[in-house]
Ligand binder design. Sequence first.
Ligand code: 13P
Length: 316
Amino acid sequence: MPLVDTKKMFEMAYKNGYAVGAFNVNNMEITQGIVDAVAEEKAPLILQISRGARKYASMSYLMAIIDVAVKENPDIPIAVHLDHGDTFEICKQCVDEGFTSVMIDASSLPFKQNVDTTAKVVEYAHSNGVVVEAELGQLGGIEEDIEGVSSDEVSKHLTDPDQAIEFVNSTGCDSLAVAVGTSHGAYKFKTVPKLAFDVIEKISKRLPGFPLVMHGSSSVLKEFKDLINKYGGNMPDAMGVPEEAISKAAKMAICKVNIDTDLRMALTAKIRQVFAENPAEFDPRKYLGPGRAAIKSMVKHKLNVLGCNGKAAECL
Ligand code: 13P
């Protein structure tokens, strides 16, 4: 089956209390690890591509890799999504290139400008059969070259539920990324975090059935953090979102959960381990292979945390 958009996935996720994993892809091994995991777990999938990924791997290579994944897995609904498009032009380009979903992130602009930019993207995307995720409120942390608010400031930049209702009604966006206390990257918190579940609840009460998105949702798994630190890395203060909090949000109106850092850490941990244990190794297959296998088992675990394992068929 061809690529799908996220409408049916979100409808089922909302109704049945789970979230779909949106995983960032940058190369073949990362994509294969993710796709092999969803194929075994029979889960719906969103593969997302950031501006940095486009620059690193080029769109044609990434789309060709995804094309193979789609052809080899006809029973798995797969959406391809632009992560953090920051201008109308980049969103338009992705719509024209065959993405089935785009994100316009104009959340750093004043409210009115965010509304206007998002509405323009919605108009173009919808006229081409593509869905749009927008963002309101500001996350913390650093994602590629985009720096969010500092970790101490995150709680002051949460999404305002009243504004969210107005934003969704005036833009016609299909889903909304909300700031509920998460941050991008590996250094999200200094102490055990509390997510603002009340923000999710308030929005969903007034916009029943409307899908919300949680960015910055890596957990910084202990297994990979420990391996990185053991084998010459230096990430002692890395801290992510507890998985219980992700599962709780997934049962609420959060229908899409974004994960990138956990993929990066799984791959890095295994590569470090191979190099430390076999300093003479120079065959890329011998370190990228274990990295890909680690991504696969990590993603299988995440799909259970999100509750979307076994849900592929109902999303087709
Ligand atoms: P993490 O850095 O927590 O993986 O978040 C990724 C993300 O939100 C991509 O948009």
